[in-house]
Ligand binder design. Structure first.
Ligand SMILES: Nc1ncnc2c1ncn2[C@@H]1O[C@H](COP(=O)(O)OP(=O)(O)OP(=O)(O)O)[C@@H](O)[C@H]1O
Ligand SMILES: [Mg+2]
Length: 330
């Protein structure tokens, strides 16, 4: 559904060259759900804008839904839906009219556009708002309408750039319900970016992590977490002597990657932590080490990014949400 080779894009800004995307090689299968993750400025939006023909690449090639982005941009646009990052332009039209107008722009006749609009308004729970003007919708309602607009022509491929940023957890869950239902019903391929890592973890079959314009990891989320982060077992012991003995026992186990001692607590990195936790506890009991508390932590995609880059992706998500948090507090 998407194939790119050596796709790059640079910008000239204040006499300097910014290399936003540096050689993207991408093969996305039809019907898959792929998350594109990375910190602010990693090149996600720039990549999406090239794939949706809104921005010409500096070099490289891209075929999207069977059409070349440079040779046949109209062909690409007919076959894809795109939800851009941030707020879309306000419209004085009513919700239903906006959707029908967009459908007509894709070449649907009036009755086709109306039928498709009704279907999407129902699917995205916007039925009670059909007569409202677009400008009066709340952020979550507007985002749902934008998704409906992106889907009006039943695209084979849907690009979503931060579809849920700034929305409350319930609206976010709701939007994902809708996206995934449509993905199942019409087998739409979904390619999305998000700063909410749990969304990628929950919904994507494949996660690509980009940093400084390059893909630095590309695998199913479970594999990324198992390969690059692993589970963490922490046990609390009675005193420093017991902690040292516990650490020695843990180091003797074959599946343990890393053992750290902090005061009376011993922390162990491993794969398959759920199986190893009881095993470790039995060994410690055999050795006469008293364990007061034991804890198993599963890794997140942020742990993966931390392992890969030494930086946290979470920080950029927090930075993004800071203004609204401040606003709520005011
Ligand atoms: N029109 C432009 N002119 C100059 N620089 C640009 C332009 N568009 C993007 N950039 C730069 O390209 C880099 C990548 O930007 P991009 O918007 O693709 O990042 P992103 O991964 O989408 O980030 P975010 O998570 O903040 O949305 C950044 O350094 C950005 O400042
Ligand atoms: Mg972006």
């Amino acid at each position: 559904m998407i194939h790119t080779r050596g796709l790059t894009r640079s910008f000239r800004a204040r006499g300097e060259t910014v290399e936003a995307v540096r050689g993207l090689d991408l093969d996305v299968e039809t019907g898959s759900v792929v998350a594109f993750l990375g910190p602010n400025g990693a090149g996600k939006t720039t990549s999406l804008r090239m794939l949706t023909t809104l921005l010409p690449p500096t070099s490289g090639t891209a075929t999207v839904a069977g059409c070349d982005v440079l040779a046949d941009p109209a062909g690409v646009r007919r076959r894809i839906g795109y939800l851009g990052q941030g707020n879309s332009a306000s419209s004085a039209l009513r919700v239903l009219d906006e959707l029908v107008t967009q459908g007509r722009a894709y070449g649907l006749n009036r009755s086709e556009a109306r039928a498709r609009a009704d279907q999407l308004l129902a699917a995205l729970e916007l039925e009670s708002l059909t007569k409202r003007t677009v400008g009066t919708l709340s952020g979550g309602q507007r985002r749902r309408l934008d998704i409906a607009i992106a889907l009006i022509h039943e695209p084979e491929l849907l690009f979503l750039d931060e579809p849920t940023t700034g929305l409350d957890p319930q609206s976010r869950a709701n939007i994902w319900d809708h996206i995934l239902r449509l993905h199942k019903e019409i087998a739409t391929t979904v390619f999305f970016t998000t700063h909410y890592l749990e969304e990628a973890d929950l919904w994507a079959e494949r996660v690509m992590i980009v940093d400084h314009g390059r893909v630095i990891a590309d695998d199913p989320p479970e594999k990324l977490k198992a390969d690059l982060a692993g589970d963490r077992i922490t046990v609390g012991t009675a005193d420093a002597t017991d902690a040292a003995r516990a650490a020695e026992v843990a180091r003797g186990l074959p599946t343990v990657h890393e053992v750290t001692v902090e005061g009376t607590a011993v922390s162990v990195r491993t794969t398959g932590g759920d199986a190893h936790l009881p095993r470790l506890l039995r060994r410690l009991e055999d050795e006469g080490v008293q364990v007061s508390v034991a804890d198993l932590t599963r890794p997140t995609l942020d742990d993966v990014f931390l392992t890969l880059t030494g930086r946290s992706l979470r920080e950029s998500a927090d930075a993004d949400s800071a203004p609204s948090a401040m606003f709520q507090g005011a």
